[in-house]
Design a protein around this ligand. Structure first.
Ligand code: PGA
Length: 249
């Protein structure tokens, strides 16, 4: 069985004063059966690892450079992220693909580097609204999976997040059937490429306007193994019910 994963993506949000949210989250969730992860901005990783010590909350990053070190002003490496105490890293988020032109090849290189540093990579894929309207969603997702995930994936090293671009931060979500169709497709592609054993054990998260109200029904869709949550992960009172709903699903 795949352990559900409740992953929070804080994006460009979070100051030292917000570390109290982690303390509050820990007290609200107790010992949930779902795995719990918060990915704050890089400036908070080290401190948040200390704050979360003794709680089930794991800490991750939102990006890294593909190189281990060198002349890349302003960047951080996967090794630095791991050194700061993080265990996960989000890669290929649609905001990075859009804002920084990250290609599938670029995401694949970063994922290799994350794996070399011992991190679990959450590789994001998702279609734009135009792509969905022209009904080539599965082609787009298939291409992103093939191009962004390196060979030799394992369930310890890889999580896939399906995040329709048009559902991120908009309050819109696909229908449950639409979510199920894409998640089943991703599962089939993972099994075909990595074999049934690995393909069946890699977790597939849904992301895009997940909140305490819709988490329960989304969590019961086939091949949904958790959520990648933006806005609703910033406050413990919103994220805790998501963690608890995923723990029950
Ligand atoms: P959202 O963001 O939950 O605010 O829609 C999800 C994400 O981008 O990971």
């Amino acid at each position: 069985m795949r352990t559900k994963l409740a992953a929070g993506n804080w994006k460009l949000n979070g100051l030292m004063s917000d570390l109290t949210e982690i303390e509050q989250l820990a007290s609200l969730i107790g010992s949930p059966s779902a795995e719990v992860l918060i990915c704050p901005p890089a400036t908070l990783i080290g401190t948040m690892v200390q704050t979360a010590k003794g709680s089930p909350i794991k800490i991750g990053a939102q990006n890294c450079h593909h190189a281990q070190n060198g002349a890349h002003t302003g960047d951080i490496s996967a090794e630095m992220v791991a050194d700061a105490g993080a265990s996960y890293i989000i890669l290929g988020h649609s905001e990075r693909r859009a804002d920084y032109g990250e290609t599938n090849a670029c995401v694949r290189d970063k994922t290799k580097s994350a794996w070399a540093a011992g991190l679990t990579a959450i590789v994001c894929v998702g279609e734009t609204l135009d792509q969905r309207k022209s009904s080539n969603t599965l082609d787009i997702i298939g291409g992103q999976l093939a191009g962004s995930i390196p060979d030799l994936a394992t369930a310890e090293k890889l999580v896939v997040a399906y995040e329709p671009v048009w559902a991120i931060g908009t309050g819109l979500t696909p229908t449950l059937d639409e979510i199920g169709e894409v998640h089943d497709f991703i599962r089939a592609r993972l099994e075909r490429r990595f074999g049934e054993g690995v393909g069946r054990s890699v977790r597939i998260l849904y992301g895009g306007s997940m909140n305490p109200k819709n988490v329960d029904e989304i969590a019961h869709v086939s091949n949904v193994d958790g959520g990648l949550v933006g806005g609703a992960s910033l406050k413990a009172v919103d994220f805790a019910p998501i963690v608890l709903a995923l723990s029950k699903a």
